[in-house]
Design a protein around this ligand. Structure first.
Ligand code: HXC
Length: 513
C-alpha cells in the first residue's frame, strides 16, 4: 500500500516540508480496519494518472496547529472512462476526516466547479462528522455543502460513496445526492449513533446493525449499491458512470462495445406461465429485450417488488422500471412506489428515456400500508411518471389492474407508446374479485357455483380484461408479439428521439413528499 500524504501535484519546493507529514501509524490503522487511504481510493476510481489535485497545501483554520497539509480531504478532478469528473475524498487519518471550515471550503470549491463546468461529482466519505474543535464553523461548512448539493440536483450527477463513518447531520449530504454506494462491514451511516440510541431508548445496537451497508441497502433503502470491499465499490461507481450523461443538457456516453442483441427473441414468448397466479422472474424478460450484458440494477435489495435499473437498447441508454411478479406478486406498496418515483425523476432530470414493463395486480392492501401512508407515498410514483417529459414507453406483459394500471405510465397519464402482449389482462380488477362482486347473487343461488364461477371468469377475461379491447379503444397503441418487443421498442424510441414538451412557467410542482 502506498502512502497517501503526498499531494498529487508535486511541487519541488514543498518536498522537504512534505516529508514531515508521514504518519505511518495512522495509515496502518486504516489498513488494519480493512480500509484504504483517501489517495488509494482516488487512484482506483480515476483513470490512471488523470487526477489533478487542487488546494493540496491548505492548512486547517483557527488554532489547530499541524504540519500536515490538505485539512483531511483530497479534492480535484480527473477522468473516469475518459470523461471529466470532480471528486473529494475525506482522509480519516487526519483528525478522523472531520469537517472543519477549510475542509468544507475545499469541498464547496469543487462542488462549484463541477456545477459550473457541467461535470459529475463524487464524494468519498470517511469522516467523524463536524469537527468538534471548530464548532459552528463546521456546521456552517456542512450547510454550505448541503446548499450546493441541492443547487446541483438535476444539473450534474452527484454520487456519494460511503467508505467509513458518516454520522450525524453529515449523512444529509449523501442523502441529497443521486446515488449512494456503501462497502460492507466498514461503512455506516446514522443520524444518531449507538451510544445515543442506548442513552435515549436504552436499546443496545452496534454500528453495523444500526446503519451498516446491509441495513441501508435492504431495509431503509438509503444505499443504492453495496459491495464487499472498497475496490469493487469504486469500480461500481466507474460502471454507473458509463450510463450517465455529464449534466442535464448532455446525453449518456456511447457504449464501450457495440450492441449485441439477445440470442433468441422467441424466448420472450415462453416466460409468462399459463396460470395467471404463477410467478416468474421479470429479469428474464428484461434480459431478452435489452442489449446483452447491459443491465445495471439500482437498489436491487430494496423493495424487490419493483425493479429499477439502467440498460442499453441498440446502444442507447434507457431506464427500466418493471414490476417483479417474483416478489409480493409485483404489487405496489409504499417502498416500491418511492423507489420507482425517485428513479423516474432521476431519468427525467438527465434525459434518460424510460421503459416500463408492467405486471401489477394492484396496490398492497392492509392497515400497515394505509397507516404508513400508501396514499401519499403511492402518489409519488403517479406524480413522477406524470410530470416526466422524457420519452416513456410501457409494455403490459400480464396484469394491469386498477389504480396500479394507471400509475405505471398508462396512456392517459402521458405514456408515449403503450404496448401490450397478448397475455395482458387490463381491467379495473382481477377476474376472481370482479366475478365475486358482479355475480354475488347468481353464485349464491347456483347449485354448481364453482363451475359457474369458472365460466364467468373465462367470460370476464375474454370480454373485459382482454388487451384487444384496450387496443380497439386506443388505450394501448398496439398488441405486439413478445418476440417482436425489441424491434418495436427500438423503433418507438427512435420516433421519440426529437420529443419536445413545453415546460409550463410554474416555479415547481408540489410532489406529495
Ligand atoms: C474532531 C474527531 C472527530 C470529530 C473523530 N475525531 N471524530 N476529531 N471532530 N467529529 C478524531 C478522534 O479524536 C481521533 O483523533 C481520530 O479522529 C480517530 O478517531 P477514533 O475515535 O480514534 O476512531 P474510531 O475508533 O474509528 O471511531 C470513529 C468514530 C468516532 C466512530 C467516527 O471517532 C466518533 O464517534 N467520532 C465522533 C462522531 C460524531 O459524533 N461526530 C459529530 C456528529 S454531529 P486522535 O488524535 O485521537 O487520533 C455532526 C453535525 C453535522 O456531524 C451537522 C450538519 C447539519
Amino acid at each position: 500500500m502506498k502512502d497517501n500524504r503526498i499531494p498529487f501535484q508535486k511541487y519541488a519546493c514543498r518536498q522537504e516540508q512534505l516529508a514531515t507529514q508521514y504518519n505511518w501509524e495512522y495509515f496502518s490503522k486504516q489498513h488494519q480496519k480493512g480500509k484504504l487511504t483517501a489517495k488509494e481510493r482516488i487512484e482506483i476510481l480515476f483513470d490512471e494518472g488523470s487526477f489533478e489535485e487542487i488546494d493540496a497545501f491548505v492548512k486547517p483554520a483557527g488554532n489547530i496547529t499541524t504540519n500536515v497539509y490538505g485539512d483531511g480531504v483530497i479534492c480535484g478532478h480527473g477522468k473516469i472512462n475518459g470523461r471529466k469528473v470532480f471528486a473529494f475524498a475525506q482522509d480519516f487519518t487526519f483528525m478522523g476526516g472531520s469537517l472543519g471550515a477549510v475542509h468544507a471550503d475545499k469541498i464547496m470549491k469543487v462542488q462549484d466547479m463541477a456545477h459550473s463546468m457541467g461535470h459529475p461529482i463524487i464524494g468519498l466519505i470517511d469522516s467523524g462528522g463536524a469537527r468538534i474543535q471548530e464548532g459552528i464553523a463546521s456546521l456552517a461548512g456542512y450547510a454550505g455543502i448541503f446548499h450546493r448539493n441541492v443547487k446541483s440536483s438535476g444539473v450534474i450527477p452527484q454520487i456519494s460513496v460511503i467508505l467509513g463513518p458518516a454520522a450525524g447531520g453529515a449523512v444529509y449530504s449523501p442523502a441529497l445526492t443521486d446515488f449512494i454506494f456503501m462497502t460492507r462491514q466498514t461503512a455506516y451511516m446514522f443520524v444518531t449513533g449507538p451510544d445515543i440510541v442506548k442513552e435515549v431508548l436504552n436499546e443496545e445496537i452496534n454500528s453495523e446493525d444500526l446503519g451498516g451497508a446491509s441495513i441501508h441497502s435492504s431495509k431503509s433503502g438509503v444505499a443504492n449499491f453495496i459491495y464487499d470491499d472498497e475496490e469493487n465499490t469504486l469500480l461500481g461507481v466507474r460502471k454507473l458512470l458509463q450510463y450517465l450523461p455529464s449534466n442535464n443538457v448532455d446525453f449518456p456516453p456511447a457504449p464501450i462495445q457495440d450492441a449485441i442483441a439477445p440470442d433468441n427473441p422467441q424466448k420472450l414468448g415462453i416466460i409468462i406461465p399459463e396460470e395467471a397466479n404463477i410467478p416468474y422472474d421479470m429479469i428474464d424478460i428484461i434480459q431478452n429485450i435489452i442489449d446483452k450484458n447491459s443491465f445495471f440494477e439500482i437498489s436491487e435489495n430494496f423493495a424487490g417488488n419493483i425493479i429499477t435499473g439502467l440498460a442499453r437498447l441498440q446502444n442507447k441508454v434507457i431506464g427500466i422500471v418493471a414490476n417483479q411478479p417474483k416478489v409480493l406478486a409485483g404489487v405496489l406498496d409504499i417502498n416500491s412506489a418511492e423507489k420507482g418515483a425517485r428513479f423516474v425523476r432521476f431519468c427525467d432530470a438527465f434525459n434518460i428515456p424510460l421503459l416500463v414493463l408492467e405486471d401489477v395486480p394492484g396496490f398492497l392492501p392492509g392497515s400497515d400500508q394505509e397507516h404508513s401512508g400508501i396514499i401519499r407515498r403511492g402518489a409519488k410514483l403517479l406524480y413522477a411518471f406524470s410530470e416526466a417529459t422524457i420519452p416513456k414507453i410501457t409494455v403490459i406483459v400480464r396484469k394491469a389492474y386498477g389504480g396500479a394500471y394507471i400509475v405505471m405510465n398508462s396512456k392517459n397519464m402521458g405514456g408515449d407508446f403503450n404496448f401490450a402482449w397478448p397475455t395482458a389482462e387490463i381491467a379495473v380488477m382481477g377476474p376472481e374479485g370482479a366475478v365475486k362482486i358482479l355475480y354475488r347473487k347468481e353464485l349464491a343461488q347456483s347449485k354448481n357455483a364453482e363451475e359457474l364461477k369458472a365460466q364467468l371468469i373465462t367470460d370476464y377475461k375474454e370480454n373485459i380484461a382482454n388487451p384487444y379491447i384496450a387496443d380497439e379503444k386506443g388505450y394501448v397503441d398496439e398488441v405486439i408479439a413478445p418476440a417482436n418487443t425489441r424491434p418495436k421498442l427500438i423503433s418507438a424510441f427512435d420516433a421519440l428521439e426529437n420529443k419536445f414538451m413545453e415546460k409550463s412557467a410554474k416555479k415547481h410542482g408540489n410532489i406529495p413528499l
